[in-house]
Design a protein around this ligand. Sequence first.
Ligand code: A2H
Length: 253
Amino acid sequence: EGVRPQEYTIIKMEVVAPFPPKLGVLKGKKVFLAAATLRPETSYGQTNAWVLPDGKYGAFEINETDVFILTQRAALNLAYQKYSRVPEKPSCLVEMTGYDLIGLPLKSPLALNQIIYALPMLTVLTDKGTGILTSVPRDAPDDYMALEDLKLKPAFREKYGVKDEWVMPFDIIPIIKIPEYGDKAAKKVVEDLKIKSQNEIEKLAEAKRLTSLKGLTEGKLLVGEFKERIVQEAKPLIRSRLIEAGDAIMYSE
Ligand code: A2H
């Protein structure tokens, strides 16, 4: 844990009805996977959500209309933050594991892919953020490698009941161009460092270090309202747009 609070943006990834039996009690409500990100400006390039298969999650009523799926720890944190109506002891409408979420179809704000799916990632931390991530494999080395594992390893897909069509067609859209790394920065750096799996945590940390700073200061948006702007200028503007539209909230821990 750092000394300063970390400010995340929670992206509201809406679960498309009809819900599976496990989420049946939520019928008629607006239900979102609540994904914590530090890079809301990459939302255009979302290809899926990540959940931890063995992770414990719950569905919590956030205000009159919205239900968020996230860890209980994150729900408790939200209860003390201003924009939510989560009572101090948030009650869980239904408990679930990551397995119950795999394959859920989602509509996510700004995503150029209309429908994306929740997929398994083995390195998701349940004591950080909401325990749910949005995936942008063009720009995030962790996301790139976890998606490669699913694409290239049929046994891995089978183990988690992941259908081919939830994985295959999504990461073709360029979002950000970094002079040194091109418009597929995560792929470039992962290949340069010869990373072979999502479990190579130290090498992936190095890949993130290399892409993060350059991405922020030299990366240029290739799509959307703030096209041609440098990432660090576009980030607060895109975050504000998302929040004003009711598609995101701030979350700190
Ligand atoms: B970032 P920091 Cl495009 N477990 O979002 C593991 N990782 C988590 C997490 C959790 N519970 N919650 C959030 N994260 C990820 C986008 C992104 C991110 C891009 C590029 C880099 C990047 C799309 N995924 O992060 O340790 C989320 O992934 C590079 C660090 O709090 C979140 O931002 O600094 C980031 O880690 C927060 O990491």
